[in-house]
Design a binder for this molecule. Sequence first.
Ligand code: NAP
Length: 240
Amino acid sequence: MKKTVAIIGSSGAIGNAVSDNLINDESIGIIYKFSRSMSVKENERVKNIFLDIEDEESIKSSLDHVPSDTKFDLVFVATGILHNDKEIFPEKSIKDIDIDKLKKVILVNTIGPTLIGKYFIPYLRKDEKSVFAFLSARVGSISENKLGGWYSYRASKTALNQIIKNFSIEIKRTNKNAIFVGLQPGTVKSFLSKPFERNVKEDNLFTPEYSAEKLLQVINDLSPDDSGKFFAWNGEEIQP
Ligand SMILES: NC(=O)c1ccc[n+]([C@@H]2O[C@H](COP(=O)([O-])OP(=O)(O)OC[C@H]3O[C@@H](n4cnc5c(N)ncnc54)[C@H](OP(=O)(O)O)[C@@H]3O)[C@@H](O)[C@H]2O)c1
C-alpha cells in the first residue's frame, strides 16, 4: 500500500524540500501540504490545504479537506519562527525580553505544534510504523546551553521537546507503532537562518535539499524505541 504524508509548514525552506524529496519517492501515494500560502500547483499526488498554526479552528478545520479514513504514515511539522524581519529578533539579553514577542514565538513554535498533535494524532497509521516528526532546534537542549540568550526561541523549543515526550508516553498505550520525535535539521539556508548565516562556516550551512534528505534517512531508520527522543540530521541523539 502506498504511504500518505502530511507536511505542516510546506511553504518553508525545509518543509518544501521534504515535500520535493517525497514526490520522487514511489512508495508515497499522496502528500498533503498544509500551509498559509497556497501557491504550489496541485496534482493527483499533491494536495494543498490552508492551515494557520496560530489558530486552533484553522488546524481543526484543515482536516475537513482530508478523507475521514486517512491514515498518515508520516506527519512532518516544519513550521517555526526565530525572527520576522521586523520587530521579532532573538533576545541578546534580559533587557530585550518583551511580552508580545515571547507570546508570538511560543505560540508558533510550541502551542501550534501541540495543537497539530491534538488534531492529527487520531489520523496516524496504527497497523504499521508511523512517524510524527517535529522540527525542533539544538538550542532547545538545556544540557547543551552554554551561551545563553535567545530566550523565547530556546524556551519554545525546550517546551516543544517536552510536549513530544508527553505525546510519546500517552500514545504508546494505544498505538505501539507510532513514533514521536524532535529533529534538528542542521543550520539550513532559509528565511529563518538568513540573519545568522555569516556566523556559520560554509561547509556547515546546508541546503534545504541536503537537510531534507538526511532527515528523511533518520525518519526511515527510527524504531518505536526511539519515540520521545530528539535526533540531529546525522542520526546523533541530542540530550534534553
Ligand atoms: N534553518 C535552520 O537553520 C534551522 C535550524 C534549527 C531548527 N530549524 C527549525 O526548522 C523549522 C523550519 O525552518 P526553516 O529554516 O524551513 O524556516 P522557514 O523557511 O522560515 O519556514 C518556516 C515555516 O513556518 C511557517 N509558519 C510560520 N508561522 C506560521 C503560521 N502561523 N501558520 C502556518 N505556518 C507558519 C512558514 O509559513 P509562511 O510561509 O506561511 O510564513 C514557513 O512555512 C523551524 O521550526 C525552525 O525552528 C531551522
